[in-house]
Design a protein around this ligand. Structure first.
Ligand code: NBP
Length: 474
């Protein structure tokens, strides 16, 4: 029997995605460079559905019914190109490659174009949810042509997570749109994790709470508007006790956060687009700072503020909840603004509300709060920023005192809160009637004759700073 779909790359993600497809009744061809992984899959899980194992790439390709659909779950970067190069000579017009890896969207644009010229479809599908998601239903963000989606969409929607009966998968847009959205998803994930970590740090250092108490605080928050996978697992991690030492797990783990690069890509893309995403950037840099062992060792004796009072007051805990919620709104607003900007720049026509909708299940940032983002864009698809949506505006208004109190308390106690404080600075920056950018324009004109625009008439002007200081059009 010919397979209806193929998966090549059977590490944790590919293996579970293949099993997910088989469990949904598809006949799945499976292949991996190192044959052992294919064997293991069949031995351990072959009974779960119909698999067609292949040893070689050509055997794999010929075991799939035409037009072929092949999902790639190999390491992003060069390995992906190598596998595409091996596959394409064996494929025929109308066949399709779906790259489910964490590709850089610029590479997806390049690959889609190259394969389109050969008459092949290429779909860059962001897949979120880790190995559990891949098996039980991930959030899937496919980008590619509408014709390609018409063929692969129903299959992907069938294996995706579901919330309220709707699949967490939709056609994001052409070529690199899906991988771009997946990248920003990960950037938002970095920002959200950093904000949660700052909330924990404040609860630990500004109040007298111990990790076990803080686990309960997070578990409580998970019952309310902050309900999310990340808050839920935070409570679990904080409640964990190290079996060997009996100490809180969080105290025996080295405080150096690692990263695989998608957060960095989000910020790099944002820099190229000129879109401000300071919350995501701060999160990436906070991980980088944590890993700077020598720098941190050298700085350990730097003076700090005089010791401040620590009080386990209910009021401070509630303030931190409000500051966390407000900062989270800002971080998501930044990520969504980046998606909207890229969508306009690359002509992707991304449905912003649908992105919030497909993130409600399966992925790492799944959260109750995404319903609000979905409704905000449903009410106004052209919303310039989430911050001005009625619901979010109210939440931000309600958080004003708490948010500012938390940031100033942290500042006075010398507790770093780059996420909370940069979110507040972004918020105040957008709100400002006048920004000191006018002075920067003056400085630029002074040293570089870059010119400036006036508030009272059209045109660009230059002041003769080193001459008579008269103004002329430039
Ligand atoms: P890895 O990212 O660790 O990749 C391992 C797979 O790539 C193996 O099947 C390996 O084959 C294959 N491979 C490599 Br490496 N070089 C190859 C080459 N030159 N030719 C053919 N195959 C090659 O696996 P993963 O963690 O399962 O992730 C798969 C993709 O999904 C990645 O792009 C990842 O970024 C993305 N992703 C991962 C997660 C997650 O939670 N892990 C979540 C979302 C997305 P071998 O067995 O022969 O070495």
């Amino acid at each position: 029997e010919l397979a209806q779909i193929g998966v090549t790359g059977l590490a944790v993600m590919g293996r579970n995605l293949a099993r997910n497809l088989a469990r949904h009744g598809h006949v799945v061809a499976v292949h991996n460079r190192t044959e052992n992984r294919t064997k293991e899959l069949i031995e351990e899980f072959g009974h779960e559905g119909a698999f067609v194992p292949a040893q070689t790439v050509s055997e794999f390709v010929s075991s799939i019914a035409r037009p072929r659909k092949i999902i790639l779950m190999v390491k992003a970067g060069d390995p992906t190109d190598r596998v595409i190069d091996e596959l394409t000579p064996l494929l025929e017009p109308g066949d399709m490659i779906v790259d489910g890896g964490n590709a850089n969207f610029a590479e997806t644009i390049r690959r889609e174009e190259a394969l389109r010229e050969k008459g092949l479809y290429f779909v860059g599908a962001g897949i979120s949810g880790g190995e559990e998601g891949a098996l039980h239903g991930p959030s899937i963000m496919p980008g590619g042509s509408a014709e390609a989606y018409a063929q692969i969409g129903p299959i992907l929607e069938g294996i995706a997570a579901r919330v309220d009966g709707r699949p967490c998968c939709t056609h994001v847009g052409p070529d690199g749109a899906g991988h771009f959205v997946k990248t920003v998803h990960n950037g938002i994930e970095y920002a959200d994790m950093q904000l949660i970590a700052e909330a924990y740090d404040l609860l630990r250092k500004a109040t007298n709470l111990v990790p076990d108490d803080i686990a309960e605080v997070f578990a409580g928050w998970n019952e309310g508007r902050l309900a999310s996978y990340l808050v839920e697992i935070t409570a679990e991690v904080l409640g964990q006790v190290d079996a060997e030492t009996g100490r809180p797990f969080v105290d025996v783990v080295m405080d150096r956060a690692e990263q695989k690069g998608t957060g960095r890509w989000t910020v790099q893309a944002a820099l190229d687009l000129g879109t401000p995403v300071p919350g995501i950037a701060e999160a990436v840099f906070a991980r980088a700072l944590s890993g700077q062992s020598e720098l941190r060792a050298a700085a350990r004796e730097l003076p700090g503020p005089p010791p401040g009072a620590r009080e386990a007051s209910r009021a401070l805990i509630d303030d931190i909840e409000k500051a966390l919620y407000a900062s989270k709104i800002v971080a998501y607003a930044q990520g969504f603004h980046q998606i909207a900007t890229a969508s306009a720049e690359f002509g992707w026509k991304i449905d912003m509300g649908a992105m919030a909708r497909i993130w409600r299940g399966g992925c790492i940032i799944r959260a109750r709060f995404l319903d609000r983002i979905w409704s905000a864009y449903n009410a106004n698809p052209e919303l310039p920023t989430l911050l001005t949506d009625e619901y979010f505006l109210e939440a931000l208004a309600d958080a004003q005192k708490a948010w500012r109190r938390v940031v100033s308390t942290a500042t006075w106690l010398g507790i770093p809160v780059p996420g909370f404080s940069s979110a507040l600075a972004y918020y105040d920056g957008l709100r400002a009637q006048r920004l000191p950018a006018a002075l920067i324009q003056g400085q630029r004109d002074y040293f570089g004759a870059h010119g400036y625009r006036r508030v009272d008439r059209a045109g660009t002007y230059h002041t003769a700073w080193s001459g008579d200081r008269g103004e002329s059009p430039s």
